[in-house]
Design a protein around this ligand. Structure first.
Ligand code: PLP
Length: 427
């Protein structure tokens, strides 16, 4: 096919309708959420631990119970954001001054900043071809100071949890899963967020299910759960239903979830599996429809550690070069397909360590630059911009297509036609 047929070069686009925006849970909100929120407002009990009436709904508690049952985890704690969930998990795990925590080169910067706010030192490691943390590179970066690993199930894709659980056990490290972008995903039949000592979830607006802003921490360990409760509630653990007489308190913060967020979270949770099933079906059809052109033109979807457990928020193709990926993404956009590349050194994007100015520059809000200048820290993290060249290469060659539950048959068929058209002309 000639390039002139491409919409990018003046041809007619494969699709005319705009691509639906990716806010899966938010766009599925309906009367059930409205009713649950109204129940809270009418009760006038907006605070999870107390209010004018004892018979009021307890939406946060109900959500925590339902989410724990869904995950098969013993405990879930609702919090105010995914960042708060990570900070709470790290605090529960006792991460602090002098501790190194290994995180991936590709994750939202919050994974790194949460470590810093717990006075730990983020150590940046490569991702593999799945674009999730590479266990072999993590193993190379373990030092006597390493205390934890945070695998991030990035863009819906499960990390290699078999390797990470083995690595954490071998080196006696805490394993904290960042599930912000993969709520509802699984690895070999087990829910993501339940492999590590703790799992940190986000309910922010872009995520699979949402309360606008919100988050949750899951764990099977009573001690970690109590520590998480304490940290997120001002350091106290004195609430009516908390059986913790033997606990010595420590200073905490306020990451308590509101009853309104709890009401939304409880209803949204019931939508999760159905939304993911729709995304999986759409993604499978696009992959099947483009298999021949991939084969013919030498590009492929990113591999997976467990394709069945992928949340399918996106389809990522790996191309032979960054230049090819850039041109393909631009051409797909012109065909009205929501495509982008994942790394461009000239475009600031805090999902890639390369652009994490405050981390690479070791800049914090305090005047002394703690935790990097902390006397308890005896190492020197490698924050050169090229510290993870393989990740930059892979992300630079990636073309990312948004998948969401609102895609219609026509959208899916148009996407397949557009991808075949663009790849035929450009590759
Ligand atoms: C991988 C990852 N971790 C953590 C977070 C932080 O979540 P929140 O925005 O809810 O604080 C995000 C949010 O985008 C994320 O994508």
């Amino acid at each position: 096919m000639s390039k002139e047929k491409l919409a990018l070069y003046g041809g007619t686009p494969a699709r005319t309708a705009p691509w639906p925006r990716t806010f899966p849970g938010a766009l599925d909100m309906g009367d059930e959420e409205a009713q649950a929120v109204m129940e809270v407002l009418q009760s006038r009990n907006l605070f999870r631990y107390a209010g004018p009436s004892d018979v009021a709904p307890h939406k946060v508690k109900d959500f925590e119970k339902a989410f724990a049952a869904h995950l098969g985890a013993r405990y879930v704690l609702g919090v105010t954001s995914g960042t708060a969930a990570l900070m709470t998990a790290l605090a529960a795990a006792g991460i602090g001054p002098g501790d190194e925590v290994i995180i991936p080169a590709y994750t939202w910067i919050a994974t790194a900043t949460a470590v810093v706010w717990n006075m730990g030192i983020p150590i940046i490691a490569e991702v593999d071809e799945t674009l999730t943390l590479d266990p072999e590179d993590v193993a190379r970066r373990i030092t006597p100071r390493t205390r934890a690993i945070i695998p991030v199930h990035m863009r819906g894709a499960p990390c290699n949890m078999e390797a990470f659980t083995a690595l954490a056990r071998k080196h006696n490290l805490r394993l904290i899963e960042d599930v912000a972008q993969a709520n509802g995903g699984s690895y070999h039949g087990q829910w993501l967020g339940t492999f590590g000592d703790l799992g940190a979830f986000s309910l922010q607006f872009y995520k699979m299910i949402t309360t606008g802003e919100g988050g949750a921490v899951a764990t099977n360990d009573l001690d970690l759960y109590r520590r998480a409760q304490m940290y997120h509630d001002g350091g106290g653990i004195w609430r009516r239903d908390q059986d913790v007489a033997d606990f010595v308190t420590f200073t905490g913060v306020n990451f308590r979830m509101t009853e309104i967020a709890g009401a939304l979270a409880g209803v949204q949770l019931q939508r999760l599996d159905r939304l993911i099933a729709k995304q999986r079906a759409a993604k499978a059809r696009i992959i099947a429809g483009t298999a021949d052109i991939c084969h013919a033109k030498g590009f492929a979807p990113r591999p997976s550690h467990d394709a069945d457990g992928d949340v399918s928020v996106c389809l990522v193709y790996l191309l032979p070069s960054a230049a090819a990926a850039q041109e393909m993404a631009r051409a797909l956009q012109a065909e009205n397909i929501s495509a982008s590349t994942l790394f461009d050194p000239t475009k600031e994007d805090w999902h890639i360590y390369y652009h994490w100015g405050p981390i690479l520059g070791k800049r914090t809000a305090n005047r002394l630059g703690c935790p990097w200048t902390c006397p308890y820290y005896t190492g020197e993290p490698d924050y050169r911009q090229d510290v993870c060249p393989r990740s930059l290469d892979l992300l630079g060659r990636a073309v990312h297509i948004d998948i969401n539950p609102l895609l219609t048959d026509a959208d899916i068929e148009g996407a397949v036609a557009g991808i075949i058209k663009v790849a035929s002309a450009l590759l």
